[in-house]
Design a protein around this ligand. Structure first.
Ligand code: MTE
Ligand code: MO
Length: 169
């Protein structure tokens, strides 16, 4: 009986896993396009996300210092890990591209390890395009870490696109 229950649970979790992996089409304005080395799409070669879809990912609130703000600031948004999982990203790095064409390559392992998020709210307010929004990649950092060049160059604001890079070699 126990084995049967276990088996049913396995089948069920596989089923739920598959359901979660399917990505519905956005119903609202697209805020983020993910492409490249991904297995889950809702357009040809792309995973398009509107605000609701991003809000449904693993939403996190962090309190952090950044090189661009004063004192402790609160940021909320989906974890990068959950976005990458939702699109079935395969690879070691992604290229993040902003509306102003600024771009930076980010290590997936590093972003996951540090719990970086796609911040969409700053101190409880949605971020507009004039305030580094609507999406800003933010790493949780201490006051000292916030001055680390390695991380502040990765804090790309006005993020519009993530390209998961093919595995090297
Ligand atoms: N969208 C966007 N994000 C960006 C940048 C940019 O030009 N555009 N510059 C990056 C780099 S190289 C650094 S050093 C800092 C620059 O911040 P500052 O322009 O406030 O000095 O933000 C990072 N994030
Ligand atoms: Mo920079």
């Amino acid at each position: 009986m126990l084995t049967l229950t276990c088996r049913l649970l396995t089948i069920l979790s596989v089923f739920i896993g598959t359901t979660v992996l399917a990505l519905e089409a956005p119903e609202d304005r697209v805020m983020l396009t993910v492409d490249g080395n991904i297995s889950t799409t809702n357009a040809v070669g792309q995973a398009l996300f509107d605000r609701t879809m991003l809000s449904d990912l693993d939403w996190q609130t962090i309190e952090t210092y950044t090189s661009f703000t004063k004192g402790l600031n609160r940021f909320s948004g989906p974890s990068i890990a959950s976005l990458l999982e939702a699109v079935g990203a395969q690879g070691a790095e992604f290229r993040a591209v902003a509306a102003d064409d600024y771009a930076v390559t980010i290590s997936i392992e590093d972003a996951k390890k540090h719990g970086a998020i796609l911040a969409m709210e700053h101190n409880g307010e949605q971020m507009g395009i004039r305030n580094k929004g609507p999406i800003w990649i933010v790493y949780p950092q201490s006051e000292a870490e916030a001055e680390s060049h390695k991380y502040y160059v990765q804090m790309i604001w006005q993020l519009v696109r993530i390209e998961v890079l093919p595995q090297a070699g």
